[in-house]
Design a protein around this ligand. Structure first.
Ligand code: PNS
Length: 163
């Protein structure tokens, strides 16, 4: 079975991420969406909440599964028989760091990285921007899946009411 991983923080998952998962799932037999457990980075959603949203979002795609990992991505790849990483490239600005990581991951474990050119509809999109815009009352409808939009509004409402 040809497997690939789409790694990230997904805080929260956007329609840009989803587009990359789906396109990877058309090439590979199984795509694992790998959520990085990073205790040092502050996040809006817990890892469990992010995984729960991701699982609901990818439910219609039987060959996309969701898992969490910590430590090096290449160790997760080795432990799970995954030879390839698939990432979305939004713009030239993504390229330098992505190339660095791809080269390091290849150097460490010969894991290959394949880049999908992001759908132009979502090329300006990031989880951080979505959170910032939503925090200040901007409309992010259509940029994240509907269930994520609802959770985002819920979380912001709770934060603004101190609960
Ligand atoms: O969504 P993000 O936070 O931009 O994703 C970054 C991620 C998770 C893909 C990257 O930080 C990563 O692979 N982290 C795991 C630790 C690791 O392997 N670091 C060395 C990379 S060469």
């Amino acid at each position: 079975m040809r497997k690939a991983v789409c790694p990230g923080s997904f805080d929260p998952v956007t329609n840009g991420h989803l587009d990359v998962f789906i396109r990877a799932s058309e090439i590979f037999d199984q795509v694992v969406v790998g959520v990085l457990i990073n205790k040092t980075k502050s996040s809006m959603f817990t890892v469990d909440e992010r995984i729960d949203m991701l699982r609901q979002v990818v439910a219609p795609y039987p060959n996309i599964v969701v898992d969490a990992f910590h430590g090096l991505l290449v160790d997760y790849c080795r432990d799970n028989g995954i030879p390839a990483i698939v990432k979305g490239l939004r713009a030239v600005s993504d390229f330098d760091y992505e190339l660095q990581m791809a080269q390091m991951n290849h150097r460490l474990a010969r894991v290959e990285t394949l880049f999908v050119s992001t759908n132009p509809l979502y090329s300006y999109l990031s989880s951080s921007l979505v959170k910032e815009v939503a925090t200040y009352g901007g409309d992010v409808t259509g940029l994240v899946p509907d269930l994520v939009l609802a959770r985002l509004h819920e979380r912001l409402h709770d934060q603004q009411n101190g609960s």
